[in-house]
Design a protein around this ligand. Structure first.
Ligand SMILES: NC(=O)c1ccc[n+]([C@@H]2O[C@H](COP(=O)([O-])OP(=O)(O)OC[C@H]3O[C@@H](n4cnc5c(N)ncnc54)[C@H](OP(=O)(O)O)[C@@H]3O)[C@@H](O)[C@H]2O)c1
Length: 254
């Protein structure tokens, strides 16, 4: 096989994707399946019909585990359980996320805690669980960051704090775990059409402002994130660690 293209092949690899049932996580799941990996999807739902359909199409195995990642008891032993069901773990994608909009002055503490728990604490907890299984053979951890990892945003103080923390988490784990062959990187998506961004899509003023700010002049399509995912998940990205790949149509440079 062509040595340049075969670097992206994930045949025989096992991946865990949080929030892999819909939105960007579903697209990550489909790309990993298409590249040859078996996937365990974790979300609050017990089924992931579109991911299951993709697994059938690509002839791969998929398992779906229902857990609320905001609950630390529910996370206990979770990666071990997922790994047992798909035969191990080579790749972890910390993608699950939520948001809440409110002015910082009134931002409910309960929402703050939940957002930090789902985005940041769960990402650390699951990364630690995964790294213990990857310790003697290496692996790939990919965190999903955001433009809010770099910019203040507006009325999303919890999300901005969590996504900023994801960059620090990514750098720290990359630094400490590189000697075990575990790479830890992040992908920072710009504006992509999912349930999470629906309020922005449906607000004509905000939608127009967003598009005007994007040098490529449009929202991203979820498939446009999968190149970065496959690079970081595969052998092609083996010398990349501690990095954040921004996929934003140029938003940050304007
Ligand atoms: N869309 C964008 O433009 C954009 C931009 C930058 C960053 N991101 C980030 O990309 C990631 C995916 O976002 P998205 O736009 O695809 O959002 P989405 O469509 O709202 O999907 C969120 C995913 O997270 C899962 N999830 C949420 N809370 C959970 C919990 N407590 N326990 C387990 N799973 C949970 C959901 O599954 P269930 O509901 O089934 O539990 C769902 O699969 C997030 O980290 C988000 O911050 C998105």
């Amino acid at each position: 096989m062509n040595p340049y293209l075969s670097q992206f092949n994930l045949d025989g690899k096992r991946a865990v994707v949080t929030g892999g049932n819909r939105g960007l996580g579903l697209e990550f799941t489909k790309a990993l399946l298409a590249a040859g990996a078996d996937v365990a999807v974790i979300s609050r739902h017990a089924d992931a019909p579109e991911a299951a359909e993709a697994a059938k199409e690509f002839g791969r195995k998929i398992v779906v585990i229902s857990r609320d990642l905001s609950d630390d008891h529910a996370r206990y032993g979770l990666i071990n359980q997922a790994a047992e069901r798909i035969g191990g773990i080579d790749i972890l994608v910390n993608n699950a996320g939520i948001t809440h909009r409110a002015p910082a002055i009134d931002f409910p503490m309960e929402q703050w805690r939940k957002i930090l728990e789902v985005h940041l604490t769960a990402a650390f907890d699951l990364s630690q669980q995964a790294a213990r299984l990857m310790w003697d053979k290496g692996g790939r951890i990919i965190n999903v960051a955001s433009l809010s990892s770099f910019l203040a945003g507006w009325t999303i103080v919890g999300y901005t704090a969590a996504k900023s923390g994801i960059l620090g988490l990514t750098r720290s784990l990359a630094n400490e775990w590189a000697h075990r062959g575990i790479t830890v990187n992040a992908i920072a998506p710009g504006y992509f059409r999912t349930d999470m961004t629906r309020p922005l899509q449906e607000d004509p003023k905000r939608n127009a402002e967003i598009i005007a700010h994007i040098p490529l002049g449009r929202w991203g399509e979820p498939i446009e994130l999968t190149g970065a995912m496959l690079l970081l998940a595969s052998d092609a990205g083996r010398y990349i660690t501690g990095a954040t790949i921004v996929v934003d149509g140029g938003y940050l440079v304007r």
